[in-house]
Design a protein around this ligand. Sequence first.
Ligand code: CAA
Length: 445
Amino acid sequence: MTAVGIDAIEIRAGKTRLDLPGTFAERKGEDPEKYTKGLGLHASSFPDVYEDIVTMAANASKRLMDRKGLQPDDIGRIDVATESAFDNSKPVSTYVAGCLEQVYDGDFNHANKGERKFACIAGTQSLNDAYNWISAGRNRGRAALVIATDTALYERNEPGEATQGAGAVAMLVDEDPSLVELSAQQGFGSADETDFLKPNQQFPSVDGKRSMQVYLARMREAMEDFASAEGDVNPEHFAYIPFHTPFPGMVRKAALLGYRNGIRDTDIEDALAEEIGHQPRREAFDDDESYREALSEYADALAKTDRYGEWYDAVIEPTLDISRHVGNWYTGSVHIARVSALKRAADEGRDLVGERLLVGSYGSGAQAEIHAETVCEGWLEEIEALNIDEQLDARYELSFEEYEMTHDAHNHDDEGEYDELTVPSDEFAFDGWGRMGERKYRYVS
Ligand code: CAA
């Protein structure tokens, strides 16, 4: 079977930056270490007044198409994953295609377009849709453009405000990919949950602490399902394990859970037994509560072992490099975690060809998915072509008042006029409203 996977990726960050331990924590009267040590966040990226999910998606896609020498005819499918859509009918992918048609000669008239919704996991679901479309031979030689784009804004003065972010990830899915090959095996953990939702409202209703428990429960189930499909879940068999990253502190918990589950009944568990004993087994306990307590004690001891620490530093920590500086991008978060890890490998001169990644995606509501990927021959060239460091360095630094203004400017219920903080150049920008209430865009040279 032909290899199918991600051929290229481009990332577009919101053009402004909020310093979390500095500007934000100071104004909130909080200890900066809650951000740097607790949540693991240094900054959030925010969209300037003329940026939104469409401009970020279109700007990432244009850079990707230019870099890969693509024309609209080469794309047979455009799927956008987002939980920040502003239209319940017309998909964001049509807006993105409209933007791109302003700057390319051809059009996307024969491309199948859609929009995927399942909170943050929708980006990975779109990737899977593209994989299935190509694997089924329905693509007629064309590639799929998969875009995860979000402005992850919370109501002001809610706990989630600490984890906001904005950005887009555009991925070209194709045969014989240069970056990573996807595998057919998947594991799912899915349940009807009300931990984080937006019932016809822009800002989410969130039960923050519970959302973290739900994330972990679904991820554990997805791992079990993946293992039952004969997927390898041994955490030491993977170069990197990118997880959905609402904030790095969440991944710290997911990684420990994943490692503990993944080493059960392996030589690693036996090797660690001298130091911390074997993992508790349910049958040895009278009730669930005492079993859970024993598991939690084991996990605490495991986290302190050198073996776990070294594994975490090598396999998990590199996936968090970008997230720490941009916050939560919802649908894009797991995809910047992948890029982050590959970028670290490139910076360290590591040869990754043929190595495997285990990818843990998650969406509130709730569902987790686990799949494996294999790094392809062209990965280094693809990763070296990214300009994410330059974008992050060039961001406009927000004062607290400018942050509040930015939040208001992107509040759908706020009809005020706001001044731009940066000047658009060589990019798509929001250009006002059309006669039917549609958003309009123009390419600013
Ligand atoms: N020094 C060091 N650490 C500190 C500290 C300090 N001074 N102050 C606090 N901390 C630690 C806390 O101990 C805590 O860490 P642990 O969980 O390991 O104990 C961490 O920093 C956060 O502190 P709080 O729990 O006090 O923070 P909070 O009450 O403000 O809420 C939150 C945190 C619940 C994550 C909140 O930001 C929130 O609701 N976020 C949105 C929901 C979310 O992201 N959920 C994640 C799972 S759902 C998902 O993944 C989907 C998605 O993208 C939304």
